[in-house]
Write a protein that binds this ligand. Structure first.
Ligand SMILES: [Zn+2]
Length: 270
């Protein structure tokens, strides 16, 4: 049994080495065990489940604002990455932008690139630049493959638990059950249902700021908007903030990144 455990540990180490990659724009090293196409297909299923209980907004003006801002960001990002020979960073991401009827102040992006805004967030987002702040942040989560990374972390902790369980002589059936549940509960555990970690939020802020700059939006709106939303939190808590922690550290981080982001200004290939 000990031999098998050692072999499994070696295999795990090999998987870790093979699965290492870097996050687009920030260069942070991370591990992804799932393929983009796998995640994308789960993501699409999740979208249809969500839409079966939601209705598209009937507000034509706001719906077209969402689409216009989204398409401008997506087009600029696409041509920027294509010019750098890095189009693979968008593999299995097909951007689509929706506005749904709901009083919640929220927005999310599924790993396959479907971005959904709730009507309740629109009163705060009065200009295309403000919409672009939230939109590019959400797109940042998808480009950074944060959903895949979180699933990987969950799966790995279960695998490590299973291997360790064998080493210390726990019943393997128990470890196997945990692994099974982790693998099969993923459909309901990624994307908008679980809040991202603070690290992922700050990274999505950073990537979002660069995408805004590439598409020629006003990046100085980013710290201002999150501050405004944080203030609004004192009266009614916007959902987008309950999963997207906003504090002075976050605002300071964005302000610090403004200069860096200017280097990307209007860098989309014409
Ligand atoms: Zn976020």
């Amino acid at each position: 049994m000990k031999k098998i455990s050692r072999w499994l540990l070696c295999l795990l180490c090999a998987v870790i080495v093979i699965s290492c990659s870097t996050v687009a724009f920030t260069g942070r090293k991370r591990m992804l065990l799932y393929s983009n196409s796998e995640i994308s297909s789960l993501s699409t299923q999740s979208y249809y489940e969500f839409m079966s209980t939601s209705a598209p907004s009937t507000n034509v003006v706001k719906t077209s604002m969402i689409r216009e801002v989204g398409n401008r960001l997506a087009k600029a990002l696409d041509s920027y990455l294509a010019a750098k020979g890095e189009s693979h960073l968008l593999d299995d991401i097909n951007w689509e932008f929706y506005l749904v009827r709901s009083d919640q102040a929220n927005a999310f992006c599924l790993p396959d690139g479907k971005v959904v805004f709730y009507e309740g967030i629109m009163p705060v987002l009065t200009t295309p630049d403000m919409i672009a702040v939230v939109m590019s942040h959400e797109m940042g989560h998808a480009i950074a493959r944060h959903g895949n990374e979180r699933m990987t972390q969950q799966a790995l902790s279960s695998i490590v638990g299973a291997v360790t369980g064998q080493i210390i002589g726990l019943k393997t059936s128990e470890s196997g059950r945990v692994l099974f549940e982790t693998a099969y509960a993923i459909g309901s555990q990624y994307g908008y249902l679980l809040p991202f970690s603070r690290k992922h939020e700050l990274e999505a802020d950073e990537i979002g700021l660069y995408i805004m700059a590439i598409a020629g939006f006003d990046i100085t709106q980013a710290p201002l908007l999150w501050e405004r939303m944080a203030q609004a939190k004192t009266t009614s808590v916007p959902e987008v903030l309950s999963t997207h922690p906003s504090d002075s550290k976050r605002m300071k981080n964005l302000e610090k990144l403004i200069e860096q982001a200017r280097k990307y200004s209007n860098k989309a290939a014409k």
